[in-house]
Write a protein that binds this ligand. Structure first.
Ligand SMILES: [Zn+2]
Length: 378
């Protein structure tokens, strides 16, 4: 991973690069980053930069012997730790991140901006709860106490230390008294779930979310998406590049027609038409269904914001604004809020494998009643 492959974040990159250039890398750093904000890619780029023996002014060179390994995530002195589950027939207590390294490299090659659910879906054949276990901590201490193999430095990148639980205490000594030239980078999405004892011993670095402009640039440069479309996706993604890519991969961020037809069939409440509409949603894959419902949430939230502020300064495209304007005649804030709650519940159904068709049918009838004032909403 290069710093140049991470859009924006200039101030953060400057601070990190300077810490390496001046030989003042903190022994233990905690990167605090929302999902999709790039915490892990920044840690990967920093690790490559630290190891590189032919540094460019603002990035690793990509060609020295260290870069050739670090960029493929196979450098023997860069260790990775992350939540895993049991693998195959192996007992969970004897399984560690090392068992998952091939998968780790594969997913990082595909998408270093991944969210934890992407990773868990990728490895979780048993549907068990991922964590970072005792053996992992013991192994980490062993690895970091050994001599480095090819570099004079050792790095540990631990992704999601919140999955350590109380095992974190085992790493305290390591974080408190690191061996020479050993750098620990923890990348967390949830500060509150990390032991205070660990937090207090790490240099805390907050990774800002991507700006809309960063996301527009990324989608334009890497996914060939027009700037108008990319802006629409960026608004939806709210700083989460991983989500922005997922929406782009589903091709359509514009589910407005599906929302409008939903409201229309709900209002008419004709069973045949409802079923026809549900068929259309059922034809989408799970990710697309989620994107559609998330789009619905976004749309109604913006719709409400418009009602509250009486302003057109909202995150909707021109054609969506027209739709919103027409909807004001039949939907007020209270109704829109109840519809938001209904959609929110539907979003939560998707990973739980609840029959979405049945839920959609019932909810469509309910929305119909709300629109026709047959259910009080205040
Ligand atoms: Zn290099």
């Amino acid at each position: 991973m290069f710093f140049k492959d991470i859009e924006g974040k200039h101030q953060l990159k400057t601070v990190l690069i300077k810490s390496v250039d001046t030989g003042r890398i903190p022994h233990a750093q905690l990167f605090l980053s929302r999902e999709g904000a790039g915490g892990l890619p920044v840690a990967l780029a920093l690790a490559s930069y630290i190891m590189c023996e032919n540094r460019l002014p603002n990035d690793s060179c990509g060609t020295c012997s260290h870069c050739r390994k670090s960029h493929k995530y196979i450098h023997p002195d860069i260790h990775y730790s992350f939540p895993v589950v049991r693998q195959g027939d192996k007992k969970r207590e004897s399984t560690t991140s090392d068992d998952f390294l091939p998968k780790w490299r594969t997913i990082l090659d595909q998408n270093p901006f991944m969210g934890k659910s992407d990773w868990f879906d990728f490895i979780n054949e048993h549907n068990s709860t991922p964590n970072i276990n005792t053996k992992e901590c013991v192994d980490i201490m062993h690895k970091l106490n050994m001599k480095a193999y090819e570099s004079d430095k050792k790095i540990l990148i631990m992704w999601l230390p919140e999955y350590l639980g109380n095992e974190g205490n085992r790493l305290l000594k390591l974080i408190e008294e690191p061996t020479d030239n050993t750098f620990i980078i923890l990348v967390s999405e949830n500060q509150e779930q990390i032991l205070q004892t660990i937090l207090s011993r790490c240099q805390l670095i907050k990774i800002p979310p991507f700006t809309n402009a960063d996301i527009v640039n990324y989608l334009g440069n890497n996914m060939n998406i027009s700037s108008e479309k990319a802006e629409q996706i960026a608004h939806l993604a709210d700083g989460n590049l991983n989500l922005a890519m997922a929406i782009s991969n589903n091709q359509q961020a514009d589910y407005s027609h599906l929302i409008i037809s939903w409201l229309r069939v709900a209002y008419k409440s004709d069973p045949l038409e409802i079923n026809q509409w549900i068929k259309e949603v059922d034809g989408l894959n799970k990710e697309e269904q989620k994107s559609f419902l998330e789009y619905g949430l976004h749309f109604f939230r913006q719709f409400n914001f418009r009602l509250l502020t009486h302003s057109d300064n909202i995150h909707l495209t021109q054609s969506e604004k027209e739709v919103a304007k027409n909807m004001e005649k039949v939907i007020d804030i209270n109704k829109a809020e109840v519809i938001c709650m209904i959609i929110n519940e539907l979003v939560e159904y998707i990973p739980r494998n609840i029959n979405l068709k049945i839920a959609l049918y019932a909810d469509t009838l309910k929305i119909g009643k709300i629109l026709k004032n047959q259910i009080p909403v205040t």
